[in-house]
Design a protein around this ligand. Structure first.
Ligand code: 13P
Length: 248
């Protein structure tokens, strides 16, 4: 099934008031590509200003706490993200799985809380280089997926999966088209097994060193329904050619 593509930017720990003009430039240029969904996941503290600057354009968070509210110093709840103007959030990014030692079970709880509250979710999975070299990438990523998937999904708010090989993030290295195709096909099969027909409609994004120079090749791979873009999403001049590649 050919799904409409989603190209989401993950700004990670980048973005100040002075970057709002770049967000406006991206949102404005995105209107020229009506066949593609575009979103930007910005630092939590920038969400409200970003959402006000680009009404109607999807702004997301990069993490969410699994609890509704409570004594969780420094954390952000799903209702807070929505209150600030977010319509989606990333969960389970490898930089949080590694840096904050987030487990599959926690990520599942975060995804479930976000979806229950009405936030779309981009749930990330991906393997380290040693696992890829041991030819265990597919089994490892499927195990991560099994442990992190929410029990129930719906079309709105949406669940999307981002396959992000950790060794490809910020390195300029990417898997071959065959490797991406093999992983995305395995993810698609597992999603269909888990959710039936609804699993066929879950978008599976690729992430890790996506740039204008490799985007078309990546989007041509079957079961690649978009991209989660880090460094190349910070500037409209770098990001929009990736959106254009998804549109063509
Ligand atoms: P880069 O596009 O900078 O490799 O980052 C990918 C990523 O981690 C997106 O979430």
């Amino acid at each position: 099934m050919e799904l409409r593509k989603l190209v989401a930017g993950n700004w990670k720990m980048h973005g100040l008031s002075t970057d709002l003009a770049e967000i406006e430039a991206i949102a404005s240029a995105a209107r020229n590509f009506r066949g593609v969904d575009v979103a930007l996941c910005v630092p939590a503290i920038l969400i409200e200003r970003a959402a006000r600057a680009v009404p109607g354009f999807p702004i997301g968070g990069q993490d969410v706490h699994e609890a509704g509210e409570g004594a969780h110093t420094g954390c952000t709840s799903a209702r807070m993200l929505i209150d600030a103007g977010a319509s989606l959030t990333i969960v389970g990014h490898s930089e949080r799985r590694e840096g904050q030692l987030e487990s599959d079970a926690e990520i599942k709880a975060k995804a479930e809380t976000a979806i229950e509250c009405g936030l779309g979710v981009i749930l990330c999975v991906g393997e380290i280089l040693e696992v890829r070299e041991q030819c265990a990438a597919v089994s490892t990523v499927l195990a991560q997926l099994d442990g992190s998937l929410p029990d129930r999904i719906s079309t709105h708010p949406e669940l999307a999966i981002a396959y992000e090989p950790i060794w490809a993030i910020g390195t300029g290295k990417i898997p071959t088209a065959v490797e991406i195709g093999e992983m995305h096909a395995a993810l698609r099969a597992r999603l269909a097994e888990r959710y039936g027909a609804e699993g066929e409609r879950v978008r599976i994004l690729y992430g890790g060193s996506v740039k204008s120079s490799n985007a078309a090749e990546i989007f041509a791979v079957s079961n690649v329904d978009g991209a989660l873009v880090g460094g190349a999403s910070l500037k409209a001049a770098d990001f929009m050619p990736i959106v254009a590649a998804a549109a063509s």
